[in-house]
Design a protein around this ligand. Structure first.
Ligand code: SAH
Length: 224
C-alpha cells in the first residue's frame, strides 16, 4: 500500500524538500509513499491571481481567501484521507497521532500563509488543525514537512532496521536512554561498563533507569 500525501500550498517548489533525500527519498523512489503539491494560486480567478485579502475588522497582514482555498481543497479527489491544516492554534503533534496517520492511506495538508486562513473554510471543510510547536513559522510548509518526515520514517519498509524504532523517545512514554559507540575511550570518558558487559538483562535495566532519570529531569509532564 502506498501512503499518499497531497499538500495545498502557495510554494509547491518546497516539496518534497528534504524528503526527496536519504531513506525517505529512496522509499518514494520505490513507490512506498508519494507527495503531490497543489498550487493554491491556480484556483484564483482574477487576472492578478489573488489568493489573499485584508482581515475583516482590520489589523495587520492578510488572510487566505476562503473561496479560492475551498476550490483548491475540493479539487483533491474525495477520499477518506484526513484533511489537516498546519496551524499554531492546532493540537500539538504527538508520536501517537503520527502513528495513526502512518497506519492510514495518506493525508491532505493545507499550508497557511500570511496571518492564516479564513475560519469559514476551516469549519466548512472540517480541517483538523495541527501544530508542530509553540512558536510561529512564516508558513505551514516546514510544519507539513516535519509532519510528513515523522510519518514517512515509520511506514513499513522505510527505515532499514525495523527494530530501531521501538525504543525511541515517546514510543515508550519516556525520553530515550543515552547512546554510545566506539572508541571505548573518548576524551578520557569511558563507555559505561554495563554496556560492554554482554549482560543483556543488566543492559536493559540500565537503559530503563537512564530513560526514567532523563524523563524526570527534562520532561516530568510525560510521566503524569
Ligand atoms: N497569525 C497566526 C500565525 C500565522 S503564521 C497566529 O497567530 O496564530 C502563518 C502560517 O504558518 C499559519 O497559517 C500556519 O499554516 C503556519 N504555522 C505557523 N506556525 C506554525 C506552527 N507552530 N505549527 C503549524 N503551522 C504553523
Amino acid at each position: 500500500m502506498t501512503f499518499r500525501a497531497t499538500v495545498l500550498t502557495l510554494y509547491p517548489e518546497m516539496f518534497p524538500g528534504h524528503l526527496g533525500t536519504s531513506l525517505a527519498g529512496k522509499a518514494a523512489a520505490r513507490g512506498e509513499w508519494s507527495v503531490e503539491a497543489v498550487q493554491i494560486r491556480d484556483f484564483a480567478e482574477d487576472k492578478h491571481r489573488t489568493v489573499d485579502d485584508t482581515p475583516a475588522g482590520g489589523g495587520a497582514g492578510m488572510v487566505l481567501k476562503p473561496d479560492i482555498l475551498a476550490k483548491a481543497i475540493d479539487s483533491v479527489a474525495a477520499d477518506n484521507r484526513p484533511r489537516l491544516l498546519m496551524s499554531p492554534r492546532g493540537k500539538p503533534l504527538t508520536q501517537e497521532r503520527v502513528r495513526e496517520l502512518a497506519a492510514g492511506d495518506g493525508v491532505v495538508i493545507v499550508c497557511g500563509r500570511f496571518e492564516g486562513v479564513d475560519q469559514r473554510v476551516i469549519d466548512g471543510r472540517a480541517l483538523e488543525e495541527v501544530s508542530v510547536g509553540d512558536y510561529i513559522l512564516s508558513g505551514g510548509e516546514p510544519a507539513a514537512l516535519i509532519l510528513l518526515d515523522a510519518v514517512v520514517r515509520i511506514l513499513p519498509g522505510v527505515m532499514g532496521n525495523v527494530l530501531s524504532g521501538t525504543h525511541e523517545s515517546f514510543e515508550t512514554g519516556m525520553l530515550e536512554h543515552p547512546h554510545y559507540t566506539r572508541p571505548q575511550v573518548f576524551e578520557g570518558q569511558e563507555i559505561p561498563a554495563v554496556l560492554t558487559s554482554g549482560n543483556h538483562a543488566a543492559i536493559e535495566k540500565w537503559r530503563q533507569q537512564q530513560a526514567l532519570k532523563l524523563t524526570k529531569e527534562r520532561r516530568p509532564d510525560l510521566l503524569d
